[in-house]
Design a protein around this ligand. Structure first.
Ligand code: HEC
Length: 127
């Protein structure tokens, strides 16, 4: 390999390394959800009125169990209810849940999702 090629390769490696560090930093910022605040929000929004005690005992079979579900899935489900408002092509189109999430910020939803993931639930199949 000649000198210019080598220099290019070195520069490329350095760029990759800093991109990787950047990605790690971004991931740790994204994970800064606050489950304690999620608990406060889920209580003030009365999520348990339908999803039941510890969000694990829904009052009716139409209401899903939430406790223990992955935070990423919960966050995305909540986002979809928000985005689907009035437009079934953009997200989830359930009138009950759409009403629940309209006042929540993305940070609120991440906190609620972290709280839900932290709960013990019977969604996990026993092995
Ligand atoms: C008035 C009853 C009611 C209340 C209050 C309520 N939910 Fe729901 N929730 C539902 C129903 C019904 C569904 C199923 C909707 C559907 O079919 O998409 C649902 C679905 C969900 C889902 C999707 C679950 C999955 O597995 O896909 C999440 C997440 C959720 N609710 C979170 C919440 C949170 C967080 C709150 C409080 C901010 C809340 N819910 C308050 C009735 C309610």
């Amino acid at each position: 390999m000649n000198k210019p090629q080598q220099a290019l390769l070195t520069a490329f490696k350095a760029a990759c390394a800093s991109a990787a560090v950047f990605a790690l930093l971004a991931a740790s910022v994204a994970q800064a959800a606050d489950a304690g605040n999620g608990k406060v929000l889920s209580e003030s929004h009365n999520c348990a009125a339908c999803h039941g005690a510890n969000l694990n005992k829904p009052v009716s079979p139409e209401y899903p169990k939430l406790a223990g579900q992955h935070a990423d899935y919960i966050y995305w489900a909540l986002r979809q209810y928000q985005m689907g408002n009035g437009n079934p092509h953009l997200g989830r189109n359930n009138a009950i849940m759409q009403a629940q999430v309209q006042s929540l910020s993305q940070g609120d939803m991440k906190d609620i999702a972290a709280y839900i993931e932290s709960l013990n639930g019977d969604l996990v199949q026993k092995k």
